[in-house]
Unconditional design. Structure first.
Ligand SMILES: [Zn+2]
Length: 331
């Protein structure tokens, strides 16, 4: 990264923050911790939320809500002074930071920093599934290992098999099972009744899309990409390109499309939470008592080298909690 570029990167990051400020409302400051360092490989950035469950006014018990959304629903900060979202952006010589770039513009071989920042902040604000897949056994799961809670995202996901639509239906899709693993890896025909892939069924998103929204669920599980993104075949090059799992050089994807906006509405950002799958307590869920539970990740390691402090003043300041890592790979 050329000397002096960090300030332009920070400006691009702040424009990404402003995009979300214009998209989602909260009376509670959202604190974002984002650092700039050399991640290596083809990963451009990763970011995620801390999760909170059972804080007292939760719309549904035993479900992880991203801190920022829990604060909004609560109408006050549940963990004052703590970050809500955290993550990293990598150092590259070929970041585009040009403010004038617009969606669809080609910027040669450069990757658009602002596009990646908008994408990563989207994960931090709730676009996160936290699914797991064991290649040795074929078992899949959508709950954390300690508390057995899903993320709010999973209150709306399911297969095309009407009898077993929702992934939270533990009769059809037991946690850590082959039927769950199959639906997460696009297999049909046997254990899940012919369903292939996984879809998002929240009302707002379905209305915006004109049908169930296909999530990224390739045949081979991709850690950090599968399940927690929109399907790339369906949505690349569309208004919903932002939350597909990868970005190419020259691609500008800074806008939050109506389907993606609909998903955030479904999570509870703009309308009362309404999930058929989460309407009743899920079997096997752990009952938590007392204070709000905070789900944090051992993954959060902020190194001191090359750190660009991106403490954003204002409505959005950006923490991390998912067990999964959310990658935005270059193509
Ligand atoms: Zn991503």
């Amino acid at each position: 990264m050329p000397p002096g570029e960090s300030s332009t990167l920070q400006q691009a990051f702040e424009r990404a923050v402003a995009t979300w400020e214009a998209t989602l409302d909260s009376s509670v400051e959202i604190r974002v911790e984002a650092t700039l360092e050399n991640i290596g490989g083809s990963t451009l950035g990763y970011m995620g939320p801390y999760g909170t469950a059972n804080w007292g006014t939760q719309p549904v018990d035993n479900v992880w809500f991203p801190h920022a959304l829990a604060d909004k629903i609560n109408g006050g900060d549940l963990a004052s002074g703590n970050y809500d979202i955290t993550g990293k952006m990598t150092c590259r010589d070929d970041w585009n930071t040009d403010d004038a770039s617009t969606d669809g513009d080609g910027y040669g071989g450069e990757y658009d920093f602002e596009s990646v920042a908008v994408h990563e902040l989207g994960h931090g604000l709730g676009f996160v599934g936290g699914a797991s897949y064991d290649g040795a056994t074929g078992n899949g799961g959508v709950r954390d290992d300690t508390n057995n809670f899903p993320w709010v995202y999973t209150c709306f996901t399911g297969s095309t098999n009407p009898g077993g639509r929702y992934l939270l239906n533990q009769n059809e899709f037991p946690e850590d099972s082959v039927p769950m693993g199959d639906v997460l890896t696009n297999k049909g025909g046997t254990s899940n009744g012919g369903a292939a892939g996984v879809y998002f069924y929240g009302d707002h998103a379905v209305n915006a899309n004109g049908g169930a929204v296909k999530l990224y669920s390739p045949d081979a599980w991709e850690e950090g990409s599968s399940y927690s993104h929109l399907d790339s075949v369906t949505f690349n090059g569309t208004a919903e390109d932002l939350m597909t799992p990868s970005i190419g050089p020259g691609d500008i994807t800074r806008s939050v499309g109506p389907v993606t906006q609909g998903m955030f509405n479904d999570f509870g950002w703009t309308d009362p939470f309404n999930s058929e799958a989460c309407a009743s307590p899920t079997p096997n869920a752990v009952t938590m008592q007392g204070m709000a539970t905070t789900y944090t990740s051992a993954f959060l390691v902020i190194e001191k080298d090359n750190v660009l402090p991106l403490a954003i003043a204002g409505v959005l300041v950006i923490i991390f909690g998912a067990a999964s890592i959310f990658l935005y790979r270059r193509k």
